[in-house]
Design a protein around this ligand. Structure first.
Ligand code: NAG
Ligand code: NAG
Ligand code: NAG
Ligand code: NAG
Ligand code: NAG
Ligand code: NAG
Length: 440
């Protein structure tokens, strides 16, 4: 008899379970109270209320469901925690998500410019929380999505960049501290100027530069294609962004986090050790520090000092260099002789300079690129844009060449404008003529 009761109890529990706990959506009639959660269809992510360590403040967030150490990837009310009361998350018939505190005051809400018949909120397997019409799964028609408002974590499928039509920017921003998810000092963002690049910034100050993108990865930087993620960099009229499109192996959790010290950490979950394995992190050394050696300076770890000038350049203020202040960089020994005759000096194995003051064309050849640069006296350097195959496209730099470091892993070549007398510096006059013919 007892066995039967238990059996009955179990079957009735089973029939309720799928409805009460294993859902990935919130409908108009259901809301989530503090303590309830929803879980994405494949069980990868979970959404609910949580408190960071050492605090009782309540936040609505998303974390990995299957990972033993709670790892929060997104926080809704990061600036407006709920204090001393159980919160509620609901979706309104206007298609708006709201976090309410005990006295029904709105602590946080989304917005939407459209109405749909039956708005629901759904936690997708990618970790993206979306508001959409119940019947419409087309991402183009989502009313709102959390991937548009990243916190400190980049997940596969999330874009970092700018929508040129709406002006919306998507970027990472660090937590203030390990127990405070509110916006901290550091961001990881795309700068759309010139040929777009990705930066770690502290406020408006550049700290670390990733780029330029060379078709395969970021030149001279830490983020490169590797077997865990398929990276891409997209520039068109509508948007420009960098993304890890998909995790190559869906069963391995991968993420990038900008931490509260401004370090970008890429990591993957390691099941055997039950911990996150950080496989790339930056900045790593002085030469990663943006513009460490100033304009036309060249940074090389292992050199003492780490800063020197590009060939044909000398310290702008030698006295500063004597006191280890390299910020003013270097100036030309011989001024340019444009338009009557300049040449180019080829470098490889370096991280290419900042491209914010640059121009690019994806289809020009290197020959065309050189010609355009030579004919424009403010053009200071040129390079192929992409390194795939024999190289293609054209990148031109104007103004000072900033943030160059040794980067021997990279074979991308750059041609820096010099007075013709400097191009053949070490050659006899006869040979110099020949070398100019060769390099032009
Ligand atoms: C709700 O509570 C918060 C803090 O507990 C308070 O600041 C706010 O004024 C209250 N709102 C209403 C409508 O009572
Ligand atoms: C929508 O909300 C975001 C913040 O969540 C805000 O930055 C944006 O300006 C709002 N847009 C409109 C149209 O109100
Ligand atoms: C919580 O407090 C303990 C003791 O003060 C400290 O060791 C720990 O780092 C704190 N955790 C966080 C996330 O700040
Ligand atoms: C994906 O990763 C899991 C766990 O490390 C491994 O067992 C599996 O073989 C991998 N699958 C592929 C296709 O690499
Ligand atoms: C890029 O260069 C090609 C070849 O010179 C030219 O046809 C094309 O219009 C250029 N595109 C842009 C956007 O300037
Ligand atoms: C040189 O290039 C700059 C930047 O694209 C442009 O503003 C300027 O007009 C060009 N000068 C000449 C002479 O083509």
């Amino acid at each position: 008899m007892e066995g039967l009761t238990i059996l009955l109890f179990c079957t009735s529990l089973l029939s309720i379970l799928p409805l009460s706990t294993a859902t990935d959506t919130i409908t108009l009639s259901q809301s989530i109270r503090d303590g309830d959660t929803i879980v994405s269809a494949g069980g990868t992510f979970e959404l609910g209320f949580f408190s960071p360590d050492n605090t009782t403040k309540r936040y609505l967030g998303i974390w990995y469901n299957k990972i033993s150490t709670r790892t929060v990837v997104w926080v809704a009310n990061r600036e407006t925690p709920i204090i001393d009361s159980p919160g509620v998350l609901k979706v309104t018939n206007q298609g708006i998500l709201q976090v309410l505190s005990h006295n029904e005051s709105i602590t946080w809400s989304t917005n939407s410019s459209r109405l749909v018949q039956n708005p629901i909120a759904k936690l997708l397997e990618s970790g993206n929380l979306v508001v959409k019409d119940a019947k419409d799964d087309n991402p183009e028609n989502f009313l709102w999505q959390s991937f548009d408002y990243p916190c400190d974590t980049h997940l596969p499928g999330m874009k970092i960049g700018k929508n040129m039509v709406t002006g919306m920017k998507r970027y990472l921003s660090s937590w203030k501290s390990a127990d405070d998810p509110s916006r901290g000092d550091f961001t990881f963002e795309l700068d759309p100027r010139g040929y777009p690049q990705i930066f770690v910034k502290k406020g408006l100050d550049e700290r670390l530069r990733f780029g330029p993108w060379n078709g395969l990865g970021f030149n001279g930087a830490l983020i490169k294609p590797h077997q865990l993620c398929k990276f891409s960099f997209v520039i068109n009229r509508k948007e420009m962004y960098f993304t890890c499109e998909v995790a190559i192996n869906n069963s391995i959790a991968v993420r990038a986090v900008i931490n509260q010290n401004g370090v970008l950490e890429n990591s993957q979950w390691n099941d055997p050790t039950q911990s996150w394995m950080t496989f790339r992190a930056g900045p790593t050394d002085n030469c990663d520090s943006y513009a460490f050696c100033g304009p036309h300076g060249y940074c090389k770890i292992g050199n003492s000092p780490e800063c020197s000038c590009l060939k044909g350049f000398v310290p702008k203020f030698p006295r500063d260099w004597d006191t280890s202040d390299w910020s003013n960089g270097c100036v030309r020994k011989t001024s340019l002789d444009c338009p009557s005759g300049d040449g180019f000096m080829k470098y490889s194995g370096i991280r290419l300079p900042d491209t914010r003051n640059s121009w690019f064309n994806e289809s020009m050849t290197l020959e065309e690129c050189k010609r355009v640069c030579l004919n424009n006296c403010s053009c200071m350097a040129y390079a192929n844009l992409y390194i795939i195959g024999k190289g293609s496209g054209c990148l031109l730099w104007f103004g000072d060449l900033i943030d160059i470091r040794e980067y021997s892993e990279d074979r991308q070549e750059i041609y820096i404008r010099m007075a013709s007398s400097d191009v053949g510096m070490n050659l006899s006059p006869k040979l110099r003529k020949l070398s100019e013919c060769l390099t032009f």
